[in-house]
Design a protein. Sequence first.
Length: 121
Amino acid sequence: MATNFKIERRSAGGVRVLALDGYLDAHTAPLFESAIQEEAQAGNRRIAVDCTKLSYISSAGLGVFMSFIEELREAGGDIKLASIAPKVYQVFDVLGFPALFDMLETVEEAVAKFAEGPREG
């Protein structure tokens, strides 16, 4: 079965940007989990997730963010989210993600946010 999900990786200002494209659900969450795991193992602890092309997220997808955030923050890094479509943002919002994660308008803003230092709270 062809997957309806892709991850493109790039670097910007010392931050690894993972651009998600498609549906992040129970079937595709393991791909995203592997991508974050690989970045963390490579020493990339500052990760910005570009959600411009993310059209859907399920609880499984949200779980991937939750499973890595503590580990990355303890290592001096973080995950920041950018360019989230309103219907996808609604899912994050209902589950309280804006209180836990920096959610920014653009990838550039997310990358710049890392320069401000660790998130409080």
